[in-house]
Design a protein around this ligand. Structure first.
Ligand code: ZN
Length: 89
């Protein structure tokens, strides 16, 4: 799941594993539902390969999501650099 966490630099989005509930800070997998519906984010070690109708590696999925949303990566990168300079996680 994706949620907002409070940090020293302000509020920021983080991704939590839908199996163990811990923060995903390295690469993981995205598990697709049967048909339409929400995806599940998991650590690779937490992915047992069951209960899904396909999957994608997290970095590939996120790139596809940003591309399909038509998001401006340069603008997002600029805000992230400001966030990190303020001491964000
Ligand atoms: Zn996990």
């Amino acid at each position: 799941m994706i949620e907002i966490r409070n940090t020293r630099a302000g509020r920021c989005p983080v991704m939590l594993c839908d199996v163990c509930g811990k923060l995903i800070r390295e690469t993981g997998n995205v598990l697709y539902p049967d048909g339409d519906g929400p995806v599940r984010f998991v650590h690779k070690d937490c992915d047992d390969g069951s209960h899904c109708d396909g999957w994608e590696e997290l970095d590939v999925f996120l790139f596809q999501l940003v591309y399909n949303a038509g998001a401006d990566l340069n603008r997002g990168k600029k805000h992230t650099e400001i966030f990190e300079a303020l001491g964000g996680e």
